[in-house]
Design a protein around this ligand. Sequence first.
Ligand SMILES: Cc1ncc(COP(=O)(O)O)c(C=O)c1O
Length: 405
Amino acid sequence: MLDINKIRLDFPILKQKVYGKPLVYFDNGATTQKPQCVIDAIVKYYTEENSNIHRGVHFLSQTATVAHENARESVREFINAAHAHEIIFTRGTTESINLVASSFGKKFIQKGDEVLISAMEHHSNIVPWQLICEEKEAVLKVIPFHKNGELDIAAFENLISERTKIIAVTHVSNALGTINPVKEIIKTAHAKDIPVLIDGAQGIAHTSVDVQDLDCDFYCFSAHKLYAPMGIGVLYGKEKWLNAMPPYQGGGEMIQTVTFEKTTYNELPFKFEAGTPSVGDVLGLAAALEYIISIGMDNIAAYENDLLEYASSELLKIEGIQIIGTAKHKAAVLSFLIDNIHPYDAGTIIDRFGVAVRTGHHCAQPVMDILGIPGTIRASFAFYNTKEEIDVLISAVKKVKEMFA
Ligand SMILES: Cc1ncc(COP(=O)(O)O)c(C=O)c1O
């Protein structure tokens, strides 16, 4: 059992009132709040340790370098990667996917080849593939999903062809909450020697991730959705792919030798980390991982599932509520509509109750187009949320109904 009252004390922002009411933060799918230990790690870095890394002989530089590389090891351990050099620090999921689409695409995608994504992807896992497909005159194919938000696995199997060069799917849908059967998808793809990229932006905060068990070729996530700072993220890539792929950006750190005639590239992971890294944020991420481990990912998943079930059943007691995304396996992301009320109007009223929900297409416009809706109201939960907070949301939803009656 988690001691939620104690956990909440770790997050200073949760003490806040908005419009004179206690803040109820249900926008965790967009970004999570940060525990004091993460804030402290960043302050400590800039107060005591700030220095550029990897290229200094002085004390501070060496200390910061060791801390930065220890953080890489923490990430490796957290997702059970085989090697620390398979962990590339990026600015976030978006940059991680762009890196793979661009670099893998440059090397391995040719005219007429196919890239397979799903219809429930965030724009970050659509547009980078469109860009490379356009450049290479390749074809982007899309796995459909059923009405309840589950991927159409039969269609997926039919869409794989001899020209499929890579498959990129989300672990957890940010719009529907669906947890996709990524392990099975990877198994099917690997039977045909096709690598798979998993967009873990939502998955990483709600489920235990073991990249060796999944056997994914790439796994991407943003630190800020995992109780860590914005501006930092991770690309996990299997060594064999990362070694085979050309650099994504050129600059300092990623080189071994530079002459005007020829430049040779650094080894992994530095080959993909051009320029000065965001050391303070990396240390913040390491602090967040330590914090999450102390609570336990399985405890987090079980508690959040409880919140999801409670919120879903309480919402459905209200007439006119439609839950968007009713897959059997869901993470703590709850999209819904209230009668025919526009999500934006509903969200504005809900906000006045101090409740932060997200409204709109959630950067997954194709999902909304397929379902024929303008968007949804999305409550996404974290382990610091409570059933009492869900009750406040329910009161707010009732008020919305009343106002539009
Ligand atoms: C499924 C999914 N993929 C990718 C992203 C993009 O993440 P970021 O903006 O942190 O790069 C998000 C963000 O909401 C997401 O939910």
